[in-house]
Design a binder for this molecule. Structure first.
Ligand code: HEM
Length: 247
């Protein structure tokens, strides 16, 4: 296996037709490969796209059940009856992927003192990139809050959904609360996911590839997550000094 050191440019090994960044990103993350840094290894990306695809399947099958305004969406899954039938199952898949996502990322999503500022008046400054981000680690406070909202939202969908799936097993008052919780959770998700897609694509160019090929550029990392960039650099420096033979 060839090693591509930091600062060394080519990510394609001449004559081998292998993109080392993509190959490295299958099993590693938080490492440099030439001018790129692996941000999300393959397992993280597969879980994320499992969450996203099952979320949209639940959205398309759930919205026509919610209101006739979206009945046209039912045609995408084969009609209203099919939508009613598949919605609980696509949603169970969504909950399962959300739990996998929580287990996979929870170690990296611990809130720091700096992250908590995202819950206060500084939020709008951060959103407008008006506050310095020198300490921002792999994920900023907004991303961590979104992560927890997705996890708790998935649980709220599950609990309220079970009550709505088997209505005869629950008292009327609980069924009413379940519908309210399901609808409020859905509205929260809609706002959150639309903002999330915007942030992950148009608002911050260079971010989307972190979830496709798995890598970002050094410039992207320095700009958006300088604390993480420094940590990866420090780790690489440690690894390189460990390789120097002691005389
Ligand atoms: C087409 C739709 C989507 C796109 C383009 C997208 C894009 C992305 C990207 C690029 C990242 C990595 C951000 C980074 O490394 O800094 C990410 C992370 C994440 N995504 Fe998505 N995503 C989509 C749908 C969803 C959905 C539907 C959910 C949940 C319901 C979701 C939940 C998350 C979470 C929890 C993270 C980690 C926290 C964060 O970076 O915000 N994503 N997504």
């Amino acid at each position: 296996m060839s090693t591509v050191l930091p600062g060394q440019h080519p990510t394609v090994v001449p004559g081998r037709h292998v993109d080392t960044a993509i190959v490295t990103a299958r099993t590693n993350e938080n490492v440099f490969v030439g001018e790129e840094i692996v941000r999300h290894r393959r397992s993280a990306r597969l879980i994320h796209w499992g969450v996203a695809v099952s979320f949209f399947a639940s959205l398309v099958s759930g919205m026509p059940i919610w209101t006739p305004l979206f009945s046209w969406m039912a045609t995408l899954v084969g009609g209203l009856q099919v939508a009613r039938l598949i919605h609980p199952y696509t949603s169970l898949v969504f909950v399962a992927f959300s739990i996998a996502q929580f287990l996979h990322w929870q170690g990296e999503m611990k809130m720091t003192e700096h992250d908590r500022e995202w819950l206060g008046p500084k939020l709008f400054k951060f959103m407008r990139y008006e506050d310095e981000a020198i300490d921002t680690g792999k994920y900023n406070g907004g991303q961590k809050i979104f992560f927890y909202c997705v996890t708790f939202g998935a649980l709220a969908f599950l609990l309220s959904g079970i009550v709505m799936w088997f209505p005869e097993s629950f008292p009327k008052a609980l069924r009413l609360w379940a519908v309210i919780l399901h609808d409020l959770t859905f509205i929260g998700f809609l706002v959150g996911v639309i903002s999330h897609i915007y942030m992950g694509t148009a608002a911050e160019p260079g971010t989307f590839r972190a979830m496709t090929v798995g890598t970002v550029t050094r410039a992207w990392a320095k700009l958006h997550h300088p604390g993480w960039y420094r940590d990866v650099m420090a780790e690489e420096a440690k690894k390189s000094s460990a390789k120097i033979p002691v005389k």
